[in-house]
Design a protein around this ligand. Structure first.
Ligand code: COA
Length: 146
């Protein structure tokens, strides 16, 4: 089930960050972002357990997807796809017209996921990550012209 991301999910999400990333967001970073008015997020739950999440920061009609991951034990079940699609729908409700994100060049699963839900690769940010890996910038236009 996909539902809105609540502040009570932040502990579980910070734990998943540790499981899923070599440079995870810590609990304080997750909370500071999630509490903002310009944050929009969803979580995937199985029973009571948070197994995935997708979150974006927005301003005016532009959003940036900042957080996406699925528990390694629950991957390849379309959980990320469902979560990202649900997040996009919520952003459209907020009259967002363009959605951007950055993804590691080496992260082929995530690049494939984002292409599948409609994003296009539009550029590269050199040395974007802590370890100097480049980021691919991806964009999705969801405005009224679509
Ligand atoms: C990327 C990630 C979120 C995908 O989660 P998931 O729930 O397993 O993905 P889904 O099952 O929804 O897959 C949807 C699509 O993504 C792509 N995909 C997902 N995992 C993939 C893999 N291991 N290899 C290739 N493509 C993959 C495929 O296009 C897939 O569609 P398909 O099943 O029809 O082939 C997950 O691997 C993850 O948490 N990775 C670590 C954190 C991360 O990299 N987050 C993104 C940061 S930008």
């Amino acid at each position: 089930m996909i539902r809105d991301w609540k502040s009570s999910d932040n502990v579980a999400i910070a734990e998943l960050e540790k499981k899923c990333f070599s440079y995870p967001w810590n609990y304080d970073m997750v909370c500071e972002t999630q509490v903002q008015n310009n944050f929009c997020g969803v979580v995937a739950v199985i029973g009571e357990k948070v197994v995935g999440y997708a979150g974006a920061i927005f301003a005016m009609d532009i959003a940036d997807i900042a957080l996406v991951a699925v528990d390694p034990e629950f991957r390849r079940q379309k959980i990320a796809e469902s979560a990202v699609k649900a997040l996009i729908d919520k952003l459209i409700e907020k009259e967002i017209e363009k959605i951007f994100l950055e993804v590691r060049v080496s992260n082929l699963p995530a690049r494939s996921l984002y292409k599948k839900v409609g994003f296009q690769e539009i550029g590269i940010r050199k040395n974007y990550y802590e370890d100097a890996e480049d980021a691919i910038v991806m964009a999705l236009v969801v405005g009224s012209e679509n």
